[in-house]
Write a protein that binds this ligand. Sequence first.
Ligand code: OAD
Length: 238
Amino acid sequence: MAGLTHPSLVILSGAGLSAESGVATFRGADGLWEGHRIEDVATPEAFKTQPELVHRFYNMRRASLKTVEPNAAHDALVRLEREWPGPFLHITQNVDDLNERAGARKLLHMHGQLRQVRCTWCRAVLTWDGDLETSSACPECARAGKLRPDIVWFGEMPYYIDEIMRALETVDIFLCIGTSGVVYPAAGFARLAAEHGCARLIEMNLERTGISDHFTEQRHGAATVVVPALVGELLSAS
Ligand code: OAD
């Protein structure tokens, strides 16, 4: 690639990336949404009417982060971030912290983060590792009852959309890992990238998804197998 502009790379990851670390995915058998109605735990309306239930759901998920570790796919993506010679951006829909724990830096959490809470009164965003209760006081403004999980719920606007849209305008290689492609706007990123001229779009998943037709290549298999293999290929060709 000497003398040429290095190609830009954008990654979109979903729950399948963390599945082999032991973090439950959302859909399918044993998925998180199997035991819960989305509208009971992942909407602003649910938080208004049943805040205790919503807190319990996210407290359990936050606590479970202490029992899991990054896997070989997270590690491979960090290697790619460090060694890729061109522009690099990893957009994750995951709210766990496994990418950071593996060492990721160029990472956007478009659906928020389990280890953060947000004050709806003073707007402070705070790291939070314990349980959150309806009575918890904001460490910034001291008001009780105003903290919520810093999670993007259904009906809310995902984070970093402007930055993501700019990256999709110039992306040369788009990788999508472990997402079912049913939640928008993320599910539309591959099509948008292709419309902006991205010629290489690679989907990595156990199986085909509803958005597979927007990709130019498929790698079927477990993320811990297919991601390190692809990273090796991309780096040796770069
Ligand atoms: P889903 O649970 O909908 O989909 C997970 C995908 O990962 C499926 O397509 C699986 O086939 C695939 N998969 C599972 N294990 C895998 C493995 N070991 N290797 C590779 N692929 C694997 O999760 P997401 O697509 O991330 O949003 O869900 C998107 C959004 O819906 C989430 O961010 C969340 C949820 O509602 C919010 O909460 C706002």
